[in-house]
Design a protein around this ligand. Structure first.
Ligand code: NAD
Length: 528
């Protein structure tokens, strides 16, 4: 986590610390402030509580993020409620046009957004562009909203009577985002919410809000009316505000387990619909008959890409039978990955998001050693010339990992691959199904019968066959399950449309004959 000090605390720090710290604190105070976004305008917060925004490659303070005041949060939610009334006059076809425009504008600005992501989040520039592109695909999916929202009709359910069922928006919705995909996750949320006729109050991660701010400005340029998407910043108070605010009808959350379970419960207590995508432990099963070279490349890329800070990272490899002998080759490939700042060309592994995240990963590796894992590759002592203060860890492999070890029970969220061994496919399936998480899994094999057995018996919600990170495109839904998801309706795809809408069913009777009942019929009508 980044160092979090309010301006008042900084002032104390200025008085008490050494000259070097003095200049750091002054620098922090001089850093530009991140604004709120309310009613189509940037708003400077009047808060006294600020969070430092740091560059993970250097740990320099590059901005200050306000913890929005209660008054500001109410203003943002009220603005969403007012905008919702206004939004009712726009047809799905108008909203579709906004999505077409947004798609074009995101493509125009993709490099700028990616550069911001690399600065605030740390991932490499090509990976940051991928972050935006995967979100862009949801905008493209949202362009089909008139078809996606089609209802159902059954004419003549009785004499002169028809029934029509159609989807209507919920009203004000909210989105709470994690740090690891600063563009993709907000884009999972607000385009689908607005395309289906809702407004949205967004709370980006307090660790990298820049991409969200750029996206909502593009939304305004695309034609979204003012107040359709508002942005507040903060931590627990902002989250609890969203859970409790009576305007808000539904909450989309993506992040770690503690917050996700809390938001699911607190939101539901207030009668809100909640979809909560949480933590993960994704296993790749390596069968000895697979295409070895291709599989090792895929495994190393999916385990260490984005410094392991992906909810679908392949963090645990299960080497089955003879495949256990491939460990040295896996370690060799992983050792060659280049650790450097995300802005540098050819970087494979950028920094972790914060000093706290780095320390947590180092501690988990140390605990794994104590608990009996071997470490064929240890990246904890990596130094990056020119970026000595960054939050870097090199590719690390923990081998002989057992289900009772802390490194297996916890989501590491760093460039660390846990390696387990299994005698056969049944043992591998047993290990995976015994794990509480169910985000994703993959099998690498050339045996179709075995792959079918795996897909039939495995419980995880997203399965790859020779595909290491099987995140479905947005015409499908993101279907993590078990402890990785709370809720009934997943993000994007058909379920995404259902999440942001509710059914309205109309039964209509237009009497075409002169016949009128002679007296009231008190019994339920019967089908004859
Ligand atoms: P996080 O839970 O720390 O933060 C997510 C959001 O919740 C932030 O906006 C934060 O301000 C807020 N928050 C954090 N702690 C809170 C608390 N105790 N109470 C209320 N609100 C709180 O998550 P993160 O570290 O930003 O993101 C990484 C996590 O997100 C990982 O666990 C990863 O697996 C998960 N993730 C899941 C998916 C998925 O689709 N399943 C996708 C991306 C990330």
């Amino acid at each position: 986590m980044s160092t979090r000090i309010s301006p008042d605390e900084s002032a104390i720090a200025v008085n008490c610390r050494s000259l070097r710290n003095f200049s750091v604190s002054q620098k922090a105070l001089a850093a530009p402030t991140v604004k709120l976004w309310i009613d189509g305008k940037e708003v400077e917060s009047k808060t006294k509580e600020w969070i430092d925004l740091t560059n993970p490659a250097t740990n320099e303070v590059i901005g200050r993020i306000p913890k929005a005041t209660q008054e500001e949060m109410h203003r943002a939610a009220d603005s969403c409620a007012k905008a919702y009334e206004d939004l009712k006059k726009y047809s799905p076809l108008s909203r579709q046009q906004w999505m077409f425009n947004l798609q074009h504008l995101i493509k125009r600005d993709i490099k700028k957004i990616a550069a911001n992501i690399t600065e605030e989040q740390g991932k490499t520039l090509p990976d940051a562009e991928g972050d935006v592109s995967r979100g862009l695909q949801v905008v493209e999916h949202a362009c089909s909203v008139p078809s996606l929202m089609l209802g159902e009709t059954l004419p003549n359910v009785s004499r002169d009577m028809d029934t029509l069922s159609y989807r209507v928006p919920l009203g004000v919705t909210a989105g709470i985002c994690p740090f690891n995909f600063p563009a993709m996750i907000p884009l999972w949320m607000f385009p689908m919410a607005v395309a289906t006729g809702n407004t949205m109050l967004l709370k980006p991660s307090e660790q990298d809000p820049g991409a969200t701010m750029m996206l909502v400005k593009l939304a305004q340029e695309a034609g979204f009316p003012d107040g359709t998407v508002n942005v507040i910043h903060g931590q627990h108070d902002a989250v609890n505000f969203i859970c409790d605010n009576p305007h808000i009808r539904a909450i989309s959350f993506v992040g770690a387990d503690t917050a996700g379970r809390h938001i699911y419960q607190r939101g539901a207590q207030h009668g809100k619909r909640v979809q909560s995508n949480m933590g993960a432990k994704n296993h790749g099963v390596i069968m000895p008959d697979c295409n070895k070279e291709q599989t090792i490349n895929q495994l190393v890329a999916a385990g260490f890409g984005a410094a392991g800070q992906r909810c679908m990272a392949l963090t645990t490899a299960i080497l089955v039978g003879e495949a256990k002998n491939w460990l040295p080759e896996i370690a060799e490939k992983a050792k060659n990955l280049k650790v450097n700042a995300g802005t540098k060309p050819d970087t494979d592994i950028g920094p972790l998001i914060s000093k706290g995240a780095k320390q947590r990963v180092i501690d988990l590796i140390a605990t794994a050693k104590k608990e009996g894992a071997t470490v064929p590759l240890d990246g904890t002592n990596v130094t990056v010339p020119g970026y000595e203060s960054g939050n870097f860890i090199g590719a690390t492999i923990l081998a002989g990992v057992k289900p009772n070890m802390t490194c297996y029970k916890e989501e590491i969220f760093g460039p660390v691959l846990c390696v387990m061994f299994a005698e056969d496919i049944n043992e591998a399936i047993h290990i995976i199904n015994s794990n509480p998480y169910g985000n994703g899994t993959a099998i690498f094999t050339n045996d179709g019968v075995l792959a079918r057995k795996f897909t039939n018996e495995i419980e995880a919600g997203q399965i790859g066959i020779n595909v290491p990170i099987p995140v479905p495109l947005p015409m499908f839904s993101f279907t993590g399950n078990k402890a990785s998801f709370h809720g009934d309706l997943n993000f994007y795809g058909k379920a995404g449309v259902q999440f942001y809408t509710q059914w309205k069913t109309v039964t209509q009777f237009w009497n075409s004959s002169k016949y009128v009942d002679s007296k009231p019929q008190t019994a339920f009508p019967q089908i004859k």
